[in-house]
Design a binder for this molecule. Structure first.
Ligand SMILES: Cc1cc2nc3c(=O)[nH]c(=O)nc-3n(C[C@H](O)[C@H](O)[C@H](O)COP(=O)(O)OP(=O)(O)OC[C@H]3O[C@@H](n4cnc5c(N)ncnc54)[C@H](O)[C@@H]3O)c2cc1C
Length: 487
C-alpha cells in the first residue's frame, strides 16, 4: 500500500481483515493524509483543516467502527446559520416523513423570503420526485440547472451556494449538476438522518490509532517517513516499488493510494501521456480550501458551529466546545440534541476559546497574505459574534491548501480511473478514483474498499466491503422505487 490517507488506510485494514499480509508505506511521519492533524511549534495541535462527515457517509462510518474511531465522532442534528444582519436560523428534522422532514424549520428560516423559499421547494420537489435523478442534467453545471429551475438570486446565494460550495469545494458554475443534486438527495431528501453532521471530538490524527494496530495484529507492517519514488511496470505487470532511499519493495499486488498528481510522477511517463491509458489524470483540476485558526482570550461563541451567509467565512467551528464533547455512544445512530449549547457548553473551558474557520473554493484568498486573511475573518466575526470585538486575539494560524480536492466539474467522471488499473496487479485508491462520490472522506473510503475488493477478486478470493447507502424513507422511498422500476 503506497499512502496512509483514508483511502490507503481503509483498504489496508479491509485487506488485513481478509487475511492479506499488508505493508503500508507513508511518506509523512503521521497517518491520515489530508484528513489529519499535527503539532505547531508552540505545542498546540491543529487539524490540517476541520473535517466533518454526514449521516449519509455510510462507508466512512463503517471504517470508523472497524478501527474504533466511532466513539470519537459526535453527531449533531441541528444546523446553525447566521446572516449579515446577525439573524440566526436553525435547520433540523421534524416528525414529518422525508423529504418533508426539514420543511417546518426551513419555513421558519429568516434569511430567505417566501418567494425564495417557494423556488427552493419547487427544485427540491423536482429532485425528490425523480428519486434523486432528475432528467436533463448530464453535462450541465449546477448553476445552469438552478437557473433552469427558476431559482431566485437570493435562493442561489443564500441557500444552494452555502451548502454546495462547502460540500463540494467548488463554485456553482464549476460544479456538475449531477454532483450538486446528489448532495441534496443523499443528505437532505432521501432519509431522515442523512444531513446529521459528524464532528470529531479529538484532533484528526487521533482517529487513526486503531489502524496501525489492525494491520500489525494480522502480521502486516506500517512504515512512516517512507516515501515511494517510482512504481515499476514490466510487460504491463506491477514489478516493484522503488523507495526514496533507493531500496525496492516487491509484492504480489500494489495499491497506489496517493493523490492523483503524485501518482503521475510515480508511474512510467507513457501511461499518463497523451493517448496513454491514464491520460485522464492530467485533466483533473483542483480547488483550494483555506482554514483559519483563531485563539481568543475569552469565550466568544456558544454554538458548536455556525454557517455564515453573505460572508467570506463559510463555517465557524467552536473547537474548544467540540473537543470538550467527550466520548460518544459509538455507532449509535441519530442526532444528539444534548450536544448543543446546553450541557456541553458547560464543559467548555471557562477562559479562552479556540475557533476554526473554513473557506472552501477560496480562490480569492490564495494570493492574499496571512494578515489580510486574518483581518478579513475578524471583520466577519465582529458581525456575527459581537463578543470578538472586545476579545483579545491571542494567536492565529492560516493554513492554505491550494490543491485541497479535485474539482467536481461537469464531465469530470470521464477522467477518473477505476480501482483496477490497466497494469496487472496494480490498483488505485484515492478520492479521485471512480466512486461516484466527490472528493470527501467518504469518497476516499469507498475507493479504499473498492480497491480491496478488486485485489481480492483478482486473487480468486472475492469479498465485499462496500456498504449500502442509507435506505430511503417516507415518500422518498416511494419515489426512489418508482424510478428503479422505470429503469
Ligand atoms: C482543507 C481540507 C478540508 C477538507 N474538509 C473535508 C470535510 O470536511 N469532509 C470531508 O469528507 N472531506 C474533506 N476534505 C477532503 C478529504 O480530506 C479527502 O477527500 C480525503 O482525506 C482524501 O483521502 P485520500 O486517502 O484519497 O488522499 P490523501 O489524504 O491525500 O492521502 C494520500 C497519502 O499518500 C501519502 N503520499 C503521497 N506521496 C507519497 C509517496 N510518494 N510515498 C508514500 N506516500 C505518499 C500522503 O502523505 C498521504 O498520506 C477536505 C480536504 C482538505 C484538503
Amino acid at each position: 500500500m503506497i499512502g496512509g490517507g483514508l483511502a490507503g488506510l481503509s483498504s489496508a485494514v479491509a485487506l488485513a481483515e481478509a487475511g492479506i499480509h499488508v505493508r503500508l508505506f507513508e511518506k509523512r511521519p503521521h497517518l491520515g493524509g489530508r484528513a489529519t492533524s499535527y503539532t505547531l511549534p508552540d505545542g498546540s495541535e491543529v487539524d490540517n483543516c476541520q473535517h466533518v462527515t454526514l449521516g449519509c457517509c455510510t462507508n466512512l462510518a463503517d471504517f470508523y467502527c472497524r478501527v474504533g474511531a466511532d466513539k470519537k465522532i459526535r453527531s449533531y442534528g441541528r444546523l446553525y446559520f447566521a446572516d449579515k444582519q446577525g439573524r440566526r436560523s436553525t435547520i433540523k428534522s421534524s416528525v414529518l416523513p422525508p423529504p418533508l422532514h426539514m420543511a417546518p424549520s426551513f419555513a421558519a428560516f429568516c434569511s430567505l423570503t417566501i418567494a425564495d423559499k417557494r423556488s427552493i421547494a419547487r427544485a427540491m420537489l423536482a429532485i425528490a420526485r425523480a428519486g434523486g435523478h432528475p432528467s436533463g442534467v448530464d453535462g450541465a453545471s449546477m448553476l445552469d440547472w438552478l437557473h433552469r429551475m427558476g431559482q431566485t438570486p437570493a435562493a442561489i446565494e443564500r441557500f444552494w451556494r452555502v451548502v454546495l460550495v462547502s460540500a463540494l469545494d467548488e463554485e456553482l458554475a464549476r460544479i456538475s449538476a449531477r454532483y450538486g443534486i446528489d448532495v441534496f438527495w443523499k443528505a437532505f431528501l432521501g432519509s431522515r438522518k442523512g444531513y446529521c453532521v459528524g464532528i470529531p471530538t479529538v484532533p484528526l490524527a487521533d482517529l487513526y490509532d486503531g489502524c496501525r494496530e489492525a494491520i500489525v495484529r494480522r502480521g502486516g507492517e506500517v512504515r512512516l517517513r517512507t516515501g515511494v519514488r517510482e512504481i515499476r511496470v514490466h510487460h504491463d505487470q506491477f514489478a516493484g516499488a522503488v523507495l526514496e532511499d533507493g531500496s525496492e519493495a516487491s509484492a504480489d499486488a500494489c495499491i497506489a493510494a496517493v493523490p492523483h498528481d503524485v501518482l503521475q510522477n510515480l508511474l512510467p511517463p507513457e501511461m499518463t501521456a497523451n493517448n496513454g491509458p491514464l491520460e485522464g489524470l492530467r485533466h483533473l483540476k483542483t480547488s483550494p480550501i483555506t482554514g483559519v485558526h483563531l485563539w481568543f482570550d475569552r469565550s466568544v461563541m456558544t454554538e458548536p458551529f455556525l454557517t455564515l451567509l453573505d460572508h467570506t467565512t463559510q463555517w465557524i467551528f467552536n473547537k474548544s466546545l467540540l473537543h470538550a464533547a467527550g466520548e460518544t455512544n459509538g455507532c449509535a445512530e441519530g442526532p444528539m440534541e444534548g450536544a448543543m449549547t446546553g450541557s456541553t457548553a458547560d464543559a467548555a473551558p471557562a477562559s479562552g476559546q479556540y475557533l476554526q474557520l473554513v473557506i472552501s473554493a477560496s480562490y480569492d484568498l490564495v494570493p492574499r497574505s496571512r494578515q489580510e486573511i486574518i483581518d478579513l475573518c475578524l471583520r466577519d466575526l465582529a458581525g456575527v459574534l459581537p463578543a470578538t470585538r472586545e476579545a483579545k486575539l491571542v494567536k492565529a494560524t492560516v493554513i492554505k491548501e491550494v490543491n485541497a480536492t479535485f474539482s467536481p466539474e461537469p464531465g469530470v467522471d470521464r477522467w477518473r480511473p477505476c480501482q483496477a488499473s490497466p497494469v496487472q496487479n496494480l490498483f488505485f485508491a484515492g478520492d479521485w478514483t471512480s466512486t461516484g462520490w466527490p472528493a470527501t472522506m467518504e469518497g476516499a473510503v469507498r475507493s479504499g474498499y473498492l480497491a480491496a475488493e478488486a485485489v481480492l477478486a483478482a486473487s480468486g478470493k472475492p469479498r465485499k466491503f462496500l456498504q449500502p447507502d442509507l435506505p430511503c424513507e417516507g415518500l422518498s422511498k416511494f419515489w426512489a422505487r418508482r424510478r428503479e422500476n422505470r429503469r
